[in-house]
Design a protein around this ligand. Sequence first.
Ligand SMILES: [Zn+2]
Length: 205
Amino acid sequence: MNASGRNNACPACGRTKDADCRWDDGKILCHTGTDLKPGDTLTIAGQKWAFIHHHGGFSGIAAVFKPHRDRNREKWKRDLRRPIPNSPAQLLAIQQKRSHWSDVLDQFFAAFDAAWNVPDFYSATPDQVTAAFAAIDDARNKAAALAPHLSAIWHEHPDLKQLHRLRVKAFLKHIADMAEDVCRFKEQDLGTPCPVAVQAIAEGL
Ligand SMILES: [Zn+2]
């Protein structure tokens, strides 16, 4: 560190009478003290130094200055590093994803409607029961394919979330119930054991 002296004035107070003030590029320990408050700055040879506290140096009574970091400048640099939102390419990508998920949701809703409108198993013909099982199976597959993506879809496309989230949530629950009804019916009336996978998916939804 530099020390104050006859040919070496302290950059903070100008002291030359003794070697009590010390400094280097990153710190000034000035023994003259200061009236500044912590956070106040001092401009020395064009560079801003911030007063930090009064308790520096071996003596514990030196005023400590450090090079001032300009907060706005730091923020500006951070902003530069951040990716620019909504460039034309990004907008296009978002639009394409939105339209993809919008289609997937429409297909899911259509599959739900088909499953929801199947006739009661107990009064239906065998062909109708087969068709009903297929419709519910299709809805269940679409539900299982869609469910893992939902939180990302809602996050990236708030308008889709606003439009569809509650409906999708309710439909997933209904589909799980319908899949379970199919299981029960198969077990009780057809003597077919309910596949474990179907149960797991129904519970997972
Ligand atoms: Zn000094």
